[in-house]
Structures are given as structure tokens and as C-alpha cells.
Design a protein around this ligand. Structure first.
Ligand SMILES: [Ca+2]
Ligand SMILES: [Ca+2]
Length: 257
């Protein structure tokens, strides 16, 4: 008898190894998005991006190439585009397919693109406006693992898991059904999930989230985080539950405590 759930877990784990091992980043990237005001590192507010297109600084899931430089065929399941209302631009996701998009924070020369020092700016802040949540989804069950909106913070290859290096990631998710504060662990403990909001309440409104990455990392992994994460990733998806999902993202930044 083949244990299907184990096989599925293996596939998911393998995918994550593919996603994160040896990411290739572009040399000498110097995004205009770097802004330090009141000690805040603004990573993205989408204001410099063309409405209707992909955000200019974001890469495919594996961090290989900017979305804007990929073919339409390659990006057909990347269901994100920049939208605008009330004079504000933001990232809009609409659909079912699950594809992470990736904002590298360290390039292939290991340069710290945004001059991030988490010990100076430990607080990750971001905004989400959820419109349509995946039905009966649960992030701690691979059969129904969908989220209206998730932000992942990926750190360098840490622990060795079954002879493969898997980066440590913390995923902050707005869950359809899991309670706020609930945590889950995947990929041999290398992916830690923290539920930051639950259910339909407040959908249709911009909600600001703030998490202290240094504190969360210490609590979830038991040691100190590197000074700079390697990437921020965004994922909305409804593929596991067959749901239509709709969400907006904006104002991703790192702040002092
Ligand atoms: Ca904006
Ligand atoms: Ca899914």
C-alpha cells in the first residue's frame, strides 16, 4: 500500500526545494523602491508600477527572472497585476492558481539590496484587502491548503533536512478557517505558518498587519535570524479547494520596533 499523504508531502517538499535551492538573482539590481524615512525600509508600495501589468521588481516563484521579462505563456498562471483605486496602486490577485511571486532582498553576489538589518527594523508591516476567501480551506492540511493572502519571509538555507537544504520560511496567512494565532509546521519544520487573521470578517477593508520577525523567528526556530532575509514572497491560492479567490496587497515595509 502506498501512503498517499506521504507521497503528496514528498511532492510538496520537493517543490519547495526546487523553489528555494540555488535561486538565481540578478546582479547589480538597484530598485528605485529603496527609501528610508523615519528608519523605515519601504520594500514595495506598487506606486511606480504600470496599472494592469506585473509589478516591475517582482520575480517568478524561483527568483530566476522578473515577471515582466517572462513570456506570456510562462506567466499565464501568475494571476497578479497592479491595480489602482482612489489614487493608490496596489497588487491584485484574482483566480484559483497557486503561484508564489518573489521579491529578492539579496542578489546573487549576496549583496543586501535594501540594506536591511532586521535587528534595526524587525517589524514587517503589510496591508491586505481580502475580497473572496477560499472555501473551507485550512493551511495545516495539504488537501485544502489555500489562503486568500499569504506573505512569506524566506531566510537562507539553514538546517539540513534529509540531505537537502531547505530555507527557513515564515508564512503569515489570512486563513479561511484556522484561528488567529494558530501555528503550523511543514517541510521538516523549515516552513512555519502563523495565522494572522481568520474568516470573512473585515473582508473588503484594508487591514494592516505587523509582525516582529526577530521574535517570531526565535520562537519558531529557536535561534537568531540572519540580519537579512533572502526574499519576500506573496501567495494567494484556491487550487486545493477549487475556490475563486480575490485579494489585494500593499505597503510592504520593515520598521523599527
Ligand atoms: Ca500603494
Ligand atoms: Ca493550495
Amino acid at each position: 500500500m502506498i501512503n498517499i499523504s506521504k507521497v503528496k508531502f514528498g511532492i510538496v517538499a520537493a517543490l519547495f526545494v526546487i523553489i528555494f535551492v540555488n535561486p538565481v538573482f540578478v546582479v547589480g539590481q538597484s530598485p528605485d523602491a529603496i527609501q528610508k524615512k523615519d528608519g523605515i525600509v519601504l520594500l514595495e508600495n506598487f506606486e511606480d508600477d504600470p496599472v494592469g501589468g506585473f509589478p516591475l521588481e517582482w520575480y517568478d516563484r524561483d527568483g530566476n527572472k522578473k515577471l515582466v521579462n517572462h513570456s506570456k505563456k510562462f506567466t499565464k498562471n501568475y494571476l497578479y497585476k497592479v491595480a489602482q483605486d482612489s489614487g493608490n496602486k496596489f497588487l491584485h490577485y484574482e483566480g484559483t492558481a497557486a503561484k508564489h511571486i518573489n521579491l529578492p532582498l539579496i542578489n546573487e553576489d549576496k549583496e543586501n539590496i535594501y540594506n536591511i538589518n532586521l535587528y534595526e527594523t524587525p517589524v514587517l508591516s503589510w496591508k491586505i484587502r481580502a475580497h473572496e476567501l477560499p472555501k473551507n480551506a485550512r493551511e495545516n492540511d495539504d488537501d485544502v491548503n489555500d489562503s486568500v493572502a499569504s506573505i512569506y519571509v524566506a531566510f537562507d538555507m539553514g538546517r539540513v533536512a534529509l540531505f537537502k537544504k531547505v530555507p527557513k520560511t515564515i508564512r503569515y496567512s489570512w486563513s479561511s478557517t484556522l484561528q488567529k494565532g494558530k501555528t503550523a509546521s511543514k517541510l521538516f519544520g523549515n516552513q512555519q505558518i502563523i495565522i494572522v487573521k481568520s474568516g470573512k470578517e473585515d473582508s473588503g477593508k484594508w487591514i494592516t498587519f505587523e509582525r516582529n520577525l526577530v521574535e517570531d523567528y526565535r520562537r519558531m526556530f529557536g535561534d537568531d535570524p540572519p540580519k537579512t532575509p533572502i526574499a519576500i514572497l506573496i501567495l494567494s491560492d484556491g487550487d486545493s479547494t477549487g475556490s475563486f479567490v480575490k485579494a489585494d496587497y500593499d505597503d510592504i515595509m520593515l520598521k523599527p520596533e
